[in-house]
Design a binder for this molecule. Structure first.
Ligand SMILES: [Fe+2]
Length: 162
C-alpha cells in the first residue's frame, strides 16, 4: 500500500489492514474524481450558452453542491481511517480518471454531453465498487448515497438531451 507520507493521528478506531487498503484505493479515487467533477461542473456553469441557459446554469450549481458534499465526506472518511486525504491541484491532476475537459465547446448541448460522459463513468464505477464491496461497510454506505445522487444527475442531464 503506497500512501503519501503524512503524520498519523492517535485514534481508538480499529480497521483491518485489508479494510484500510481497499477503502484507501477507492476513497482516494472518488475524492479525486468528485473534486474534478465539481470543477468541470463550474466550468460548464460559467461558459455554456444557448437554449435553456438559466435552467441548466442553475441545475449545474445544484450538482456542484452535491459533488462538494461528497468531497468532504470522502476526505473525512479517509481521516477517520487514519489515511491521508489529499486533494491538492497537483494530486487531482496526477490521479484523475478523466480526459482534460474541452475548452473549445460553447453550447448547452456540448457541455451537457461532456459532463454526462464523466458523470456516468463515475456512477458506473461506483456501482461496480459497491458490488465488489472490498471497502468497509460504512464507506460502502457513503458510496451508495453518492451513486443515488449521481444517477439522478445523469437522469436530469439525459432528460435535457433526449
Ligand atoms: Fe454561479
Amino acid at each position: 500500500m503506497t500512501f503519501l507520507k503524512t503524520k498519523k493521528r492517535k485514534t481508538l478506531l480499529q480497521f483491518s489492514e485489508t479494510q484500510k487498503e481497499a477503502s484507501y484505493q477507492t476513497l482516494n479515487k472518488y475524492l479525486v474524481d468528485f473534486s474534478n467533477l465539481s470543477l468541470v461542473t463550474k466550468q460548464a456553469h460559467w461558459n455554456l450558452q444557448g437554449k435553456n441557459f438559466i435552467a441548466v446554469h442553475e441545475m449545474l450549481d445544484d450538482f456542484y453542491e452535491m459533488f462538494q458534499k461528497y468531497v468532504d465526506i470522502f476526505a473525512e472518511r479517509l481521516v477517520q481511517m487514519n489515511l491521508p486525504a489529499i486533494a491538492t491541484a497537483e494530486h487531482l491532476s496526477r490521479c484523475t480518471s478523466f480526459q482534460e475537459y474541452p475548452s473549445e465547446i460553447l453550447t448547452v448541448e456540448e457541455h451537457l454531453y461532456s459532463l454526462l460522459e464523466r458523470y456516468s463513468q463515475t456512477a458506473n464505477s461506483l456501482r461496480s465498487d459497491i458490488d465488489k464491496a472490498e471497502a468497509d461497510a460504512a464507506t460502502i454506505d457513503y458510496y451508495t448515497q453518492a451513486v443515488e445522487e449521481l444517477d439522478k444527475a445523469v437522469w436530469f442531464i439525459e432528460a435535457h438531451l433526449n
